[in-house]
Structure formats: C-alpha cells, structure tokens
Design a protein around this ligand. Sequence first.
Ligand code: EPZ
Length: 417
Amino acid sequence: MEKFIVHGGTPLHGRVKISGAKNSAVAIIPAAILSGSRCVVSNIPRINDTIYIMDMLENIGIGVDFKGNTVYIDSSGIKSTYIPANLANRLRASYYFVGALLGRYKEAHVPLPGGCNIGVRPIDQHIKGFRSLGAEVYIEHGIINAKADKLVGTNIYLDVVSVGATINIMLAACMAEGMTVIENAAKEPHVVDVANFLNAMGASIRGAGTDVIKIKGVSELKPCEYSIIPDQIEAGTFMIAAASTRGDVLVDDVIPTHMEPLTAKLREMGVTVEEGENSIRVVCKERTKATDIKTLPYPGFPTDLQQPMAVLLGVSRGTSIITENVWESRFKYIDELKRMGLNAKVEGRSAIIEGVESLSGAEVSATDLRAGAAMVVAALTAKGVSEVHNLKHIDRGYESIEKKFIQLGGDIVRVKE
Ligand code: EPZ
C-alpha cells in the first residue's frame, strides 16, 4: 500500500503534458480483436486500467507487447471467448470484450464488470443493442453470455445516453450484415475516437460525435496504426488544479474544443483561460467566484470532473451547487474533503458548497478514481500537510500523476504505508 504526502499551498507553475485518454484506450485495445490481425496503437496511457485490459487480451491468447506508450496487438491467435472473472472485475471497461468478441467471433462470455462504486451501473442498453442485432444474450452466474449465428444491422434507440452502450454496439455492429443506426447515441470525444479507430481498420461508421451513428457492416477488417486522443479528464484536472492553487499552467497536448464545458465555467469564475492550437493556459491570480455545475453527457459538463471542481468551488467566494445528473451516488468524496475544511452538504443529487478562504491539510482516503484526483488537487490547494491514502484508485486512471505535479512545483511524494 502506498500513500501521497503533500505539502500544499504552493501555486502551480509551468507546463504539463497530457497523456492519452483512458476511456478511449480501454475501448480501443479490446476493439483491436475485431481485426483478427496486427494493430499498433500509440499514446496509450501507462495506467492500471490499460494494463488490466491487456492482461485480459493475453489471457485469451492475443499477443500484446506494450513498449513505452505504444501497444502492439496481434489477435490472429485467439484461443478463447471466455474472460476469467478475476481479470474482468477489476474495471468497468471489461464489458467492451462482449461487443468485440461478439462482433468478430459471434460469441462472448464475459463476467459482469467491476469499476468505481458510484451507484447502480446497469448495462441494459448494451444488452438491448446486442439482442437487436440478433444475438442471444443471458446473464448466468454473473457472466454475460452472448451468442449469434449472424448479426444483422438494425435501428437501435438508446433509452439513456450511454457512452459504454454506444461504443459496445459500434463494436458488435461493424461486421454485422447491413446497416445499424444508433439513435440517441453518446457524443463524447472517446466515442468519436473509437469510431475513428474502427474506420482506420476498414469499418464504415458515420455520424460519431452526433446523436445518430450509422454503421454499414463490412465483412473484413484489416491491420492498422492509430494514435489515441488526449485525456479530456486528466487535462481538466490539471486546469482545475492550476486555478485552485492560483497558479499559471500551460496544459499541453490537449484538444481545446474538448475542454469547452470546463473552460466556459472557469472563465465564468474569473479564471483566465487562453486556448492555443494544442494547449490551454490557465492563469488564476485571485480568489474565484462561485458558480453552479450541472453534470450532463458531452458537450455538457463532464461528471468525471465534478470532484476536482468541488475543490475549486470550495475555495471560491460564495455558494455553489453541483447537480449530478449522470450517476446516482457520486458525492461520497465530499465527506473526505470535509476533513480538509470543505464546507459542503449533500442533498440528494446536489452538493451545496459554501466557499471558504482556504482548505487545511488533513489525512484523506481516495474513495474512487475521480475522488482520488480531487483529493490530490485539494491537498495541493490546502495549507499544510495532507496524506492521501488508497492510491490504487488513482493509479487506475492517471499516468505519473505525482511526477506531473512535481514538474509544476507541487510538493508531493509517494511513500509506502
Ligand atoms: C463511461 O462510463 C466512463 N467509463 C465513466 O468514467 C463516465 O463517468 C461515464 O461514461 C459518463 O461519461 C468508461 O468509459 C470506462 P454510461 P459508462 O453508460 O459508459 C446509465 C471514470 O471515472 N446507463 O455513459 O459505464 C448509467 O446508469 C468513469 O473514468 C443505463 O441506465 O457510463 C448512467 O446513469 C467513471 N443503462 C448513464 O446511463 C445502460 O445500459 C451514463 O452511463 C448503460 C448506462
């Protein structure tokens, strides 16, 4: 077990390079199964979630060679369509093996996924999609079993906007017979990234990034080389940390349009945000103003950024309200942040935050991935010394987080418990 010891209160200064997007990588790596041959994917973040996904590939006989941030995947020698539970339940994205294996081999047996505990996380829309394409799907002893003689394209309307269901249906449909149309599709940047990767393998997908995606089935996919997009959530975490510590940070290797929901909010709060071609500079000299946040599917404010945002709102002038509209229970971290002096209360799906002059260092524990990131931001913002425990959650999703903060002048060290 490891923990961070953080001496907070120093404004962050300098330049930070953003890694590849976790939520693209965890879909694109299993999607490589569809080629049945060799794919090279670069800009993969070296984090536990991508390693866990690669472990699953290797377990079913797929060659994986992860060098630096590039993974070489050879899916020609696949041996099984069964994923073991001890590998699948380490993260949420293991459900992408259903779409990828079903799409290529018309059969998949994947244990129900794990991942952060942020309320009920149903997969009914994924299953509805697979069934609509003609697969028989049943869950038995905690395993999702999907099988089809053939998959046939159809119209699928998602009852809720779901990133996972949109991607999973694209995976299953790209080698189905005929045209599949996903209506009310998710529009997140990583949905577009996965569609671009599939198209690079020879799939025919149009409309990704809008709420109607059309997938014309093809009979073969081919090897490809692809580089994944920068991580919108990691970039946002550093932008918020720059503001909450009242620093001046150039967040490099980002796609500024992906950051617009956050950029707009930071500007509303009085932060200077300058957009470059592939970078964003965040400068904050004075105490920020309170604002309200409502999390929504893209292009709304991302649910995965409301936790670090709570830290910034916590030291802003006035009262702010965060309304969480995506997950039913995503405020567990508020109790931890209260140990640092956050003045907040949770009422149903809202957190009401009264800004305080400053937070004070304390011992806290990461309750999930994004909560962990918020605790690191809070520790860097607070006056005095903090300890952040339970780093396993943070290590699932942030590459070299402490090294990047150290480069910006943050005083943070990782030590054994
Ligand atoms: C993805 O989860 C991300 N995870 C989440 O990030 C992120 O919070 C979420 O999208 C929303 O942006 C990955 O990409 C691996 P959804 P996903 O399906 O795809 C409901 C992180 O910290 N729903 O878009 O599982 C669901 O309950 C993680 O990186 C159904 O009702 O989320 C939720 O309320 C946490 N039925 C809403 O839709 C379904 O079949 C959105 O979920 C599927 C979802």
